[in-house]
Design a protein around this ligand. Structure first.
Ligand code: FUB
Length: 323
């Protein structure tokens, strides 16, 4: 099924259970995987036998050259072809200290709880761009989620924070220590998280990696940590670096995904699910798509024998069914 040739009713049935309509006999979901609303900034997470893809929601309808983003969704699949829409599951309005701009987010599980780290515009704290990072928590990957702290965990006032405190990503190392990464506008930061996952532990560190622009994401394969990110300025490619330690130093690896037609941003997550590696990203290829109307896609991620990542081949079909 080539979803790009199908015009579906727009934003209908948003809370109904099945959203993507791969029918019996369809071999793939098609890219973008969601075409009844615009989605962006995906974060993949595996729990039990399900892949959850958490996304932002592009709502810009007019010609305004700005993102209009109010809430976040989740799309769950067991087979990479049939996806179930959940949401919206969370909004900037769920954070009483926020005033808008539901930018990129990241979800991770620890000890049976699901933590959703978000970047939103702070109502009161603005020394630079006024973005802040908060965290919501739930007992289930699909909610209900509620603000875990009642205040932001990173703001413009956090020592050594950056001009644009967005794009949180969390990685839990093999010893159970969690790390928060974030960054934009060529500046990246990391900090340890306390065991409770809802406060940073110690200093905010500067992360130095070649070509970093924004959107950090960490995964591990074997004994190698991979830090992927939007790189080379704006418009951005997706690039990556590797390290033998979660705290670096990071050695530049190359480009994973080139510049995108019609999308200036490139925002990725990388995940292993049922023995396959996937590159989850957004483009602007849904009908009516554009810089501020993006759509989440999934393609294969492949490694060379030496562990380096091959440049992704973007498809209109997405990936094959898995059992
Ligand atoms: O979606 C808003 C912003 O655009 C994200 O926070 C960035 O990563 C870029 O994708």
């Amino acid at each position: 099924m080539n979803v790009q040739n199908i015009i579906r009713p727009w934003v209908l049935n948003s809370f109904l259970i099945i959203c993507m309509s791969a029918s019996a006999g369809d071999k793939t979901a098609g890219n973008p995987i969601v075409t009844d609303l615009y989605t962006a900034d995906p974060c993949p997470m595996v729990h039990d036998d399900t892949l959850y893809i958490y996304t932002g929601h592009d709502e810009q309808a007019g010609d305004t050259k700005a993102f209009l983003m109010n809430d976040w969704y989740c799309f769950a699949t067991k087979d990479m072809v049939h996806y179930k829409k959940h949401g919206p599951l969370l909004s900037w309005k769920d954070f009483k200290w926020a005033k808008g701009d539901a930018f990129a987010s990241h979800v991770i599980e620890k000890d049976g709880k699901f933590y959703w780290y978000v970047a939103v515009r702070h109502k009161d704290i603005k020394l630079h761009e006024g973005f802040a990072i908060g965290v919501a928590v739930s007992d289930s990957p699909t909610g209900p989620f509620k603000d875990a702290v009642g205040k932001a965990i990173i703001t413009d006032e956090t020592p050594n924070s950056i001009v644009l405190n967005i794009d949180p990503a969390v990685y839990i190392d093999d010893d159970g220590q969690a790390y928060l990464f974030w960054g934009s506008w060529n500046a990246a930061r990391w900090a340890k998280l306390k065991d409770n996952m809802v406060a940073i532990d110690g200093d905010v560190h500067t992360l130095n990696v070649k070509n970093f622009f924004e959107a950090p994401f960490v995964h591990k394969k074997g004994d190698t940590y991979y830090l992927s990110y939007a790189g080379s300025g704006y418009p951005s490619k997706t690039e990556y670096a590797t390290s033998k330690s979660i705290t670096g130093p990071w050695n530049y690896g190359g480009v994973i995904n080139g510049l995108l037609p019609k999308s200036e941003t490139n925002h990725q997550g990388i995940i292993e699910f049922k023995g396959n590696w996937y590159f989850v990203y957004h483009n602007s290829q849904a009908p009516g798509g554009g810089v501020y109307r993006r759509s989440v896609c999934v393609d294969k991620l492949e490694y060379n024998e030496d562990g380096s990542i091959k440049e992704v081949v973007r498809t209109e079909t997405s990936v094959p069914l898995v059992k």
